[in-house]
Design a binder for this molecule. Structure first.
Ligand SMILES: Nc1ncnc2c1ncn2[C@@H]1O[C@H](COP(=O)(O)OP(=O)(O)OP(=O)(O)O)[C@@H](O)[C@H]1O
Length: 237
């Protein structure tokens, strides 16, 4: 890969947790590079280190050793304040549960982010990207789970992050709704160019990716590059 295309790199990442007398090796030496605009799917059994990896890349957590290079800087050694800035300025997160503010409409939930961002997408436009323009005045309780997740995606991309990190975004949804959510993610990836990492337990989803990583026991044990990305509606599970 041309180094200029690299958006984020991990080198020799390890993470251990002390759990009473037991040392847990969540990551055992991960090397990884993602390029601009790439859509990656991360597979692996429960406990294999996927969330730990994503959280470290996203500046939610710090590695025990190793480096995470973003725009020439090792974010693994940043202090709390600088790490918060990194997350706020460069990373959009989508989790399994949507964490919308119940008392705000869909549009207002997205606007919360755009108000503090340097170069945001208009909230209306972010909702349009995820196909939810018609629901912008609805409160979370008036939206289905899939629609709430699409608002969460609009909120994540509204600050124009270089990185969009999604941990089990379809984990709580049935397959038809999950496909709509993947379509929203795919559209978000294409329209903003954000490098997109999606953790899933659902191996079928790897067909929508440029590249799939498989984690086992704290390591990347397999990597597959797809010659073409399938549209989410061409994937069934
Ligand atoms: N804060 C923590 N304290 C102690 N152990 C932890 C902590 N976070 C993760 N672990 C352990 O690290 C290992 C990797 O966990 P991680 O959540 O990264 O796996 P995962 O592949 O994302 O799993 P899942 O698919 O179930 O979310 C597991 O053994 C887990 O129990």
């Amino acid at each position: 890969m041309n180094q200029r295309d690299a958006v984020i790199e991990a080198r020799g990442l390890t993470k251990t947790y002390q759990n009473g007398p037991t040392l847990i090796h969540a990551l055992r030496g991960v090397d990884f590079t993602a390029r601009r605009g790439e859509l990656l799917v991360i597979l692996g059994q429960s406990g294999s280190g996927k969330s730990t990896f994503l959280n470290i890349l996203g500046g939610i957590d710090r590695p025990s050793s190793g480096e995470v290079i973003f725009q020439g800087q090792n974010i693994a050694v940043l202090g709390d304040h600088a790490l918060t800035r990194y997350r706020r300025d460069h990373v959009g997160f989508v989790f399994q549960f949507y964490n919308l503010v119940p008392s705000l409409t869909a549009l207002e939930n997205v606007a919360l982010v755009t108000e503090i961002a340097a170069n945001p997408i208009r909230p209306e436009e972010a909702l349009e990207i995820v196909g939810l323009s018609a629901r912008s005045g609805h409160f979370p309780a008036q939206l289905s789970g899939g629609e709430q997740q699409r608002v969460a995606i609009a909120r994540a991309i509204a600050k124009r992050p270089e990185l969009l990190f999604c941990d089990e975004p379809t984990g709580a949804l049935d397959s038809a709704t999950g496909i709509l959510v993947l379509e929203a993610l795919e559209q978000a990836n294409r329209s903003t160019g954000a490098t997109t990492l999606i953790i899933t337990h659902n191996a079928a989803i790897q067909q929508i990716a440029d590249r799939t990583l498989r984690f086992a026991d704290g390591r990347i044990v397999d990597e597959v590059t797809n010659t073409e990305r399938k549209r989410p509606d061409q994937v069934s599970w």
